[in-house]
Structure formats: structure tokens, C-alpha cells
Write a protein that binds this ligand. Structure first.
Ligand code: WT7
Length: 571
């Protein structure tokens, strides 16, 4: 048993408040803070932007944006005007309530204007990570029947427009766009659009955000979130991010992932807090420079990034003034105790692990300022959330027993459907009233939760969720490949690395050129993070009699573990 702990801080939400809230808290207390509680009509962007723009906060900086080429800032009032312009532009393109608007651009202020502007006019926004390649983009636009795509001249070449009949307009963000009926210039229409907008008032259960994420089988699934999610997004930003009026907050995630929307957009802005966005790729110097330049106080990032910073060494931190930092948090994969200790050494701060998923729409199990941290543990459920470890029959297990990490249904930010796939949605609820996360964990006798792994075969590489099936399906499209099985293997920096076992078709021989070609194929068709770092060629892959590749056996081979029951394996 791990006895190490790091004592609590005095956050604005103290232990008394916390313990009280765990007993008595009810989400309706949060609803009552917003005007839609009375009118019944809601728009999350009104609460995140316009509400502040129409208050004494109007001239407060909402967004600090910086990348290699640009450095800009926008007040809440300016954000209201910019998002109004984007909203009017979408209206002109005939975007109606419930239509899907996809945004596939690198980070830029325009990305945030479009994301918020589209939700303002009632659309459901689908953010796509810029590293996605043709097939990944196609699957998502096709499944969601997107009507509008905002992208750039560079990225649009990856979009198979001819195969997407539902796509009405492609809005290109860039200079000198040659317009056609379908392709239109963002600059031109944004410029022309009015900065006053009649916002679309929605029902709390109307959709606003569609994030595609991977499971162990099938194509990526579209997780739908509704305006009502704001209740929990707003509240967790106070309890866990500990955001206060004067904070300068930086979330490093791209809006292509749920952290980048929920806590890169909504969490801070629902609370009227100044938000820093840094575009471009990870770079240790620039990251520390960003903290120094903006005097960042609260920083939300991921274990992979912390491990990379840790790997570079502690000298680099001494070249920057990082004294403004007062609160650091992490999400996406297990946060190693070693990283927590590094955080204490170099920042003199605790790194607070938080656990949640695309599907949960907001934080669920967390380390708060007022709790002692046990390094390696994800913390405790937030007030209003009941988490438990259950066995495969739905029985709640006692402390220190490993099982399914499950959540009692009924929290505000829960996904409301899997797009186009009600059966997939049902698969999460096989046990009465419990949502099954797919993670295994145990709870200790003090109520702290400890992550143990994924129960399914989903691979978490550098905090990005990769479905083995998706990679396998892509691999077998390659002419040389007969069969493929994909697993995750432990890696000290990335958490997990992707390994592919491949059997070749007649007439092909395994060579390192072929290996390279296969990697490039996945990279160009799916995305860089889905590329198998390791490839092993096999005569035959272990399969069940029904023809399913047995990843469990591949894992056992790889890690030298017992293969377990092989009764369903073909000869
Ligand atoms: C899966 C969800 C929600 C933000 C990012 C990930 C893993 C998430 C932790 C953590 C250990 C974690 C789980 C989870 N995960 N946070 N603190 N410790 N594992 O969202 O892409 O939907 O992935 O990420 O396995 O099920 P996601």
C-alpha cells in the first residue's frame, strides 16, 4: 500500500466546503446561478462570452493568442463581436439549429470565433484535429453528415469532397481564396458579416458539441454533448481548476480533443477568466516562455508533456520566470508519482491529476487543492458524482478490490448519444444505472481511486485515444497485408506505444522498406499518432474460430505473460 501523500493546500474551496458538498450538494444550486434557470432557454456561448461582454468585465482580456507568427488579444466584448460575425456568416450559409459544422484548422483566433459562432446560431460543432488525414476526416464528416466545413487551403486537399454529398459549403481560412459555389472565403464573408447577432436560444438538451473518439471495435464514435453540460463544466472549473477572477489560465490541449473544448474554451470562459491559447506544436522553450510571457497562474496539461519536460532537465526551468504559477493539473493518462515529485522539485507545486473521458463531458474523479494528494492516485469523485468499483455483475466491490470504474448515471455533462448509433450508446449501460467507463481501477480505504488500465483494447498513446480496430482496418487496406493485430505496449514517455503484428499476402516478403511504407501509409491515411511505432511480421496471427484477432494473445507474446484460455483459438 502506497502511504506517501502531499498535504493539501488552502484553495478557495476548502475541505469543510468539500465535505459539506459531498453530503449535500445538488446540481440545481449551480443552475440557479444562471438566467436560463428562469427562462428555460439556454445558449452556452451566451453564458461563456456575451454575459461577460455585457457586464463590467467587457474590457477584460478573454483570449490571449500566440503562435510562431501571431500574437493577439481579445476582450470579452471583442469576443462577442467576433463570434457574432462568425454566427452571421454561418447563417448566411444557411446553417440551421442542429446542423453540423465541422472545424478542421490549426489553432488560431478564427478557429475559436467559428467554434463559438456556430454554437451561437444553434449548430452542433465538430472539431477535428489538424493532424487527421484523408480517411479519418472522411469518416467523421460522412458519419455526422456535416453541412459546413471550416478549414484551410493546406488541409482541404485531404478532404475527399466528391464523396461527401451532404457538405454544402467549405469555408477556407486563408488569403486570396478563389471562390466557387461550394468553396467560399472566410475572410470575405467574415469581414462582411454584422457584429450584431440574434442568438439562437436552445433547450438545455439540444446538442452543441460532437467529439469523435475511439473504442475497441468499429469506427470512431461521435459523442454528442448538449448545452446543459455547462453546469458541470462551470462548476468543476471552480472546484478543481480553482479558477478565480484574476487568474491567467492556460490549457495546452487542442480543441480537436475534448479537453481543448471543455477546459480550453468553456470551463474558463463560463467563469469569465482570461484564457491563454498557444498554437503550434509542443516545444519546451516556447512552453516555458508562454508561462513567463503571460504570467500564467493555472496550467492544465498532460502527463506526456510533463514527462517530456522532465526529460529535458531541470536547468531549462531556471532560464524562465515561472513564479506566477500557483496551480497545475493533468489529464489524459496515468500521472506517474515520479512526475508529481518532479513538479514539487521544479515548480514547488503539486500536480493535480484529474480523471474523466470524452463521454463524461467534464471532470469526474479529481485531486482538489483541499485534498491531500497520494501520488499515483486520480483523487476522489467530485461532489454530485457517485463513482464506484463494480464487478462484471454490477455489484459494488469493497475497497482495494480491482474492477470496473463505474459512475452512477445522472450527471449534467454526460454525453446524450452516440451519433447515428443507438446500439453503441447502450453498450455503456450494461449494468443497472451504472455507466461503465472501460477503465479498471480500485478505490482505497480513504476513498481515493487508483487507475489500473483499460479493460478493452483501447490504446492511450501520448494522451490520445487510438482504437486498435481503426488501425487494423487501415493496415489491411495495404496491398501487402493479409491480416493485422494492433496492441499498445508500455512506454516511459508516451504511456503506450502502438505495435502492429502483421501477416503478409502471398508473394510479399518482410523488409524494412516495406515496414517504412506501411508506416507512411497509416500516417498519410489516418494520422501520425495512429502509426505503429513497432511492426512485427508473423506467418499467422492468433484468431478465434470466428476469425477475430486475439489481441490478448498478442499482448501475452509481447510482454511474456501467460496467454490464458486458448479454447476459442483456431488451430
Ligand atoms: C480515457 C479517456 C478527458 C480528457 C482526456 C482523455 C484515460 C483520462 C486519466 C487519468 C489515467 C486517464 C482513461 C480514460 N484517462 N484521464 N487521470 N489517469 N487515465 O479523454 O480521449 O476520452 O480518453 O483516458 O483510460 O478512459 P479520452
Amino acid at each position: 500500500m502506497n502511504m506517501e501523500f502531499i498535504p493539501a493546500l488552502r484553495g478557495s474551496f476548502n475541505l469543510n466546503d468539500y465535505e459539506n458538498a459531498v453530503e449535500h450538494f445538488d446540481w440545481s444550486e449551480v443552475e440557479a446561478k444562471f438566467s436560463w434557470f428562469k427562462t428555460g432557454k439556454i445558449n452556452i456561448v451566451h453564458e461563456a462570452i456575451d454575459r461577460h461582454a455585457l457586464s463590467t468585465k467587457k474590457d477584460k482580456v478573454a483570449l490571449y493568442y500566440k503562435d510562431e507568427y501571431r500574437k493577439e488579444q481579445f476582450t470579452f466584448k471583442e469576443m462577442m463581436e467576433m463570434t457574432n460575425k462568425a454566427g452571421n456568416m454561418f447563417k448566411k450559409f444557411n446553417v440551421l439549429k442542429g446542423d453540423r459544422v465541422f472545424i478542421y484548422t490549426p489553432r488560431s483566433p478564427e478557429m475559436y470565433f467559428c467554434l463559438l459562432g456556430a454554437i451561437k446560431v444553434g449548430a452542433i460543432v465538430g472539431p477535428l484535429f489538424e493532424a487527421f488525414m484523408d480517411a479519418a476526416v472522411y469518416d467523421r464528416l460522412n458519419d455526422s453528415e456535416a453541412k459546413i466545413l471550416v478549414t484551410t487551403p493546406e488541409l482541404v486537399s485531404r478532404v475527399p469532397l466528391e464523396k461527401l454529398p451532404k457538405l454544402e459549403k467549405i469555408v477556407l481560412v486563408g488569403d486570396e481564396i478563389e471562390e466557387t459555389d461550394q468553396i467560399v472565403s472566410f475572410n470575405k464573408h467574415f469581414e462582411e458579416a454584422s457584429d450584431e447577432l440574434e442568438i439562437e436560444w436552445m433547450d438545455r438538451e439540444d446538442g452543441m458539441l460532437l467529439h469523435y473518439t475511439s473504442g475497441s471495435t468499429g469506427k470512431p464514435k461521435g459523442v454528442l454533448h448538449v448545452h446543459n453540460a455547462m453546469i458541470q463544466q462551470y462548476q468543476t472549473a471552480q472546484w478543481v481548476l480553482d479558477l478565480n477572477e484574476d487568474d491567467i489560465y492556460w490549457c495546452t490541449a487542442d480543441p480537436g480533443w475534448v479537453t481543448g473544448t471543455v477546459y480550453g474554451v468553456f470551463g474558463p470562459w463560463l467563469n469569465g477568466v482570461t484564457n491563454v491559447v498557444r498554437g503550434g506544436r509542443f516545444n519546451p522553450n516556447d512552453w516555458y516562455q508562454t508561462i513567463e510571457d503571460y504570467s500564467v497562474t493555472v496550467w492544465y496539461s498532460a502527463p506526456t508533456a510533463f514527462r517530456m519536460l522532465m526529460g529535458i532537465g531541470e536547468e531549462l526551468t531556471q532560464k524562465f520566470n515561472l513564479k506566477s504559477l500557483r496551480h497545475i493539473l493533468s489529464v489524459g493518462e496515468p500521472l506517474n508519482p515520479e512526475v508529481v515529485r518532479w513538479g514539487l522539485r521544479v515548480f514547488n507545486l503539486r500536480i493535480h491529476d484529474t480523471w474523466w473521458m470524452t463521454e463524461t463531458g467534464a471532470m469526474m474523479v479529481c485531486n482538489y487543492p483541499c485534498l491531500n494528494i497520494k501520488p499515483g492516485s486520480m483523487g476522489k469523485p467530485i461532489p454530485g458524482i457517485e463513482a464506484a468499483i463494480i464487478d462484471d455483475n454490477g455489484n459494488v466491490l469493497p475497497p482495494n478490490r480491482m474492477g470496473n470504474l463505474a459512475l452512477k448515471m445522472g450527471w449534467p455533462s454526460m454525453m446524450r448519444s452516440i451519433w447515428n448509433n443507438p446500439n453503441k450508446y447502450k453498450e455503456y449501460f450494461t449494468h443497472n444505472g451504472w455507466y461503465i467507463s472501460g477503465d479498471s481501477a480500485y478505490m482505497d480505504e480513504d476513498g481515493y481511486f487508483w487507475f489500473q488500465g483499460r479493460i478493452d483494447d483501447v490504446i492511450n498513446t501520448s494522451g490520445e485515444r487510438v482504437g486498435p480496430f481503426e488501425v487494423e482496418s487501415k493496415l489491411v487496406e495495404h496491398p501487402a497485408i493479409a491480416e493485422a493485430g494492433v496492441i499498445g505496449i508500455p512506454d516511459p514517455v508516451q504511456g503506450m506505444r502502438i505495435k502492429a503484428f502483421i501477416s503478409l499476402r502471398e508473394g510479399y516478403t518482410p523488409t524494412s522498406d516495406l515496414e517504412e511504407e506501411i508506416r507512411l501509409f497509416v500516417k498519410e491515411e489516418l494520422s501520425a499518432h495512429a502509426v505503429p511505432k513497432k511492426i512485427e511480421f508473423k506467418e499467422k496471427l492468433p484468431k478465434t474460430r470466428s476469425g477475430k484477432i486475439m489481441r490478448r494473445v498478442l499482448k501475452a507474446w509481447e510482454l511474456d505473460l501467460p496467454t490464458g484460455d486458448l479454447s476459442t483459438m483456431e488451430d
